[in-house]
Design a protein around this ligand. Structure first.
Ligand code: IVH
Length: 674
């Protein structure tokens, strides 16, 4: 039931929202927090408690960033002003030509003032703010019409829910920018995907685009995305004179912005462009160029646009770090989950200061698409700090002696059958005792994010395995110092260190342990979600997929994989043995009894009209299943339950697009979610 709200509660809620948003800005935009994560969480949960109790939820509350149910499809959004693309310049001569054209069009001999910014390699986004509040976020699409990704974008903490920090709040403003992923985050994500047996993203741009264009916003929330705002679309109620002034306003209004400089004359522009190019290897994100814009908005207007690009801007593209080399051989490597990944061995080549001698070819679909064969001469690229990859084959260099590398029928390591599961890109070795898989599993078990056993890197795992000391991660807990002392790289101290590290690893958290097990499709994120929802390991024994599907973040694939794992006799035996060998798990992630998943968790209901049962009984039923009921409709209402003689709430729900259901449909919904 809803408690009565006082002015003091309203004031407290408003202050919490304001403070939390400020701390979000300090953390995610400025990268300089002023309170600890624990303090932030304390304030957040206090706000959440107040909101749950009094239902006074401000539209810019940080609690409104997450928790929206998945969509069936994206709605289309028409951009008020088209989202243009950019003309490219590849040489300094092209930049000089660009400058000459502008002077000619403006009939000016004077040096033009430009701005220079890095070009982010991500996904263009338009953020529409109405009266200062984030109203809609859309992708660029074809430039005229994009997709509504508001729910997803709201989960990204560096995107302000409300314009803050400035005096005048425009009535309406379309702010444009690029959503991108840092290189380190991209590599972490890909490693995690490979660990889970999922195909990796080809580059940070695809990873960012794939993360934003998700029907389930909780997936977007789990990816660390960044924003850089560099432009505007339609505006009402505010005026800017220059690009530089606009970017400074964005900065004050707490938006993340690119490094921008003002340069008079094309000579200085070329200098600034060169400076970005020199610095780019140190950037955390990938950039393939610099964007040069005429600074003055009045001049921009005079210059106008061509069909798809403005005449007042150009993207200077940096030369990618590329090299040409020959593929000496292609081989298949077998990962922890049995996935076979083809990789190329090159004649070593220097690219951007680094010697490259091998690179992954990702999978056979990709290899076929690029028609890569052994003996081919290929273009290899290192973009930023990203792992090198083959861009294309130089077909003219073919001699006729090239050989394709077909999918192996047998595992290259253990000779077991290789299969491709329906709908999957990957081919897998199905051998349970495949040495490659076994070693990768042990290595994964001991790795940093998992049981974190220092001293058990790939080399030592290989050594212990080859000497027959470990065949499974469980064997580690039976290792004795004497066993290690016989090995080539182990002396008294190093042996003791490893034994101590193994002993220490016995005390860990449930989330880490679940991740260590290397269950198919279960990475760090899914392990954390499981730990949040299951108090201890034993609660997962003999679990059914349906019980896991009640966790909002879990899909079918994970649910079945986890269920298969915890219903396998051999696996359960291993877990029990580990416990008897001293494994002790704590679970700080568990969200407590009252937060245990209930079928209607995170939903809100409003009732109107007369129902077949007394209204308070229906409300009690809904609330006992984890949802809350309120008396008034808002856009945050999940369902309006309609009885006979409905009141004005019905019309309001229709206008807000809130789902409307009958009492019988409510009962169905409960059954379905159970
Ligand atoms: S200005 C009309 N500035 O590059 C001006 N774009 O290749 C349009 N981009 O669609 C954009 N960094 O998605 C601008 N600093 C920057 C940018 C940038 C990345 C993207 C943007 C645009 C694409 C054109």
């Amino acid at each position: 039931m809803q408690d009565k709200i006082t002015e003091q509660i309203k004031h407290e809620t408003e202050k919490l929202v304001k403070d939390l948003n400020y701390h979000c800005y300090r953390y995610y935009v400025l990268d300089s927090p002023v309170i600890s994560d624990e303090e932030y969480d304390r304030l957040y949960f206090h706000l959440k408690d107040l909101e749950d109790k009094y239902h006074y939820i401000l539209p810019d509350s940080p609690t409104q960033r997450v928790g929206a149910p998945p969509l069936d499809k994206f709605e289309k959004v028409k951009h008020t002003e088209p989202m243009l693309s950019l003309d490219n310049a590849f040489t300094y001569n092209d930049l000089e030509e660009f400058d000459k054209r502008i002077k000619r069009l403006l009939k000016s001999d004077e040096d033009i003032e430009y701005t220079v910014e890095p070009k982010y390699d991500g996904l263009a986004i338009e953020l529409t703010y109405r009266d200062g509040l984030l109203f809609k976020a859309s992708t660029r699409g074809d430039g005229y019409e994009g997709e509504d990704v508001t729910r997803n974008i709201k989960t990204i903490r560096s995107v302000p829910m409300k314009i803050g920090g400035v005096g005048i709040i425009p009535e309406e403003i379309d702010i444009r920018g690029e959503m991108y992923m840092d290189i380190s985050e991209f590599e972490k994500l890909n490693k995690d995907r490979e660990n889970k047996g999922e195909p990796p993203f080809a580059n940070p741009r695809n990873a960012a685009a794939g993360s934003v264009r998700q029907l389930d916003s909780s997936i977007t929330a789990s990816r660390k995305l960044h924003l850089a705002c560099y432009g505007m679309g339609a505006i009402k109620g505010i005026n800017f004179h220059t690009q530089y002034e606009f970017i400074q306003w964005l900065k004050k209004a707490r938006f993340p912005i690119p490094d921008i400089t003002e340069e008079r004359g094309i000579e200085k522009v070329m200098h600034a462009v060169k400076e970005i190019e020199d610095k780019r290897v140190g950037f955390k994100f990938e950039t393939d160029g610099a964007v040069v814009k005429v600074n003055d908005f009045g001049l921009q207007k005079q210059l106008g646009m061509k069909t798809r690009e403005p005449r007042w801007a150009v993207a200077y593209k940096f030369a990618a770090h590329q090299g040409i080399t020959k593929i000496k051989d292609i081989q298949g490597s077998v990962g922890r989950t049995g996935v076979i990944t083809p990789f190329a061995i090159f004649e070593p080549v220097r690219i951007g200061g680094v010697t490259v001698s091998r690179s992954t070819l990702h999978n056979w679909d990709e290899m076929e698409r690029k028609d890569i064969q052994i003996g081919d001469t290929v273009v290899v690229e290192r973009a930023g700090d990203v792992i090198p990859h083959v861009i294309s084959v130089i077909k003219e260099k073919r001699t006729g002696r090239e050989k394709p590398f077909p999918v192996p029928e047998k595992c290259p390591v253990c000779g077991s059958t290789v299969l491709r599961e329906e709908g999957e890109v990957a081919f897998r070795c199905i051998g349970l005792n495949c040495p490659a898989q076994v070693q990768e599993k042990i290595f994964h078990f001991a790795s940093r994010g998992a049981m974190d056993i220092e001293g058990l890197g790939e080399k030592n795992v290989e050594l212990l395995y080859s000497k027959g000391l470990i065949n499974h991660f469980i064997d580690m807990y039976r290792l004795k110092k004497e066993d290690l002392l016989q090995l080539p790289r182990f002396a008294e101290k190093s042996s003791q260190n490893l034994i101590d590290a193994i002993e220490k690893s016995k005390h860990t958290t449930l989330a880490r342990f679940l991740y260590s097990l290397g269950i198919l499709h279960v990475g760090e994120y899914a392990s954390k979600q499981l730990a949040k929802n299951f108090e201890n390991l034993e609660n997962l024994y003999h679990i059914k997929p349906g019980q896991i599907l009640k966790i909002k973040q879990m899909g079918d694939k994970i649910a079945h994989s986890v269920s298969d794992f915890f219903n396998d006799r051999e696996n359960l035996h291993i877990l029990k043995t580990l416990k008897s060998l001293g494994l002790k798990l704590t679970n700080p992630d568990f969200e407590g009894e009252e937060k245990q998943i209930k079928p209607l968790d995170n939903l809100s209901f409003v009732i109107t009209g007369t129902l077949p049962k007394p209204r308070n009984e229906v409300e009690d039923l809904i609330e006992s299943l984890g949802a809350h009921t309120t008396s008034s409709i808002s856009k945050n209402t999940s369902y309006l339950v309609v009885g006979t003689d409905p009141g004005s709430k019905l019309r309001k729900a229709e206008s807000l697009g809130v789902k409307i259901i009958s009492y019988t449909e409510l009962l169905h919904l409960i059954e379905q979610k159970k």
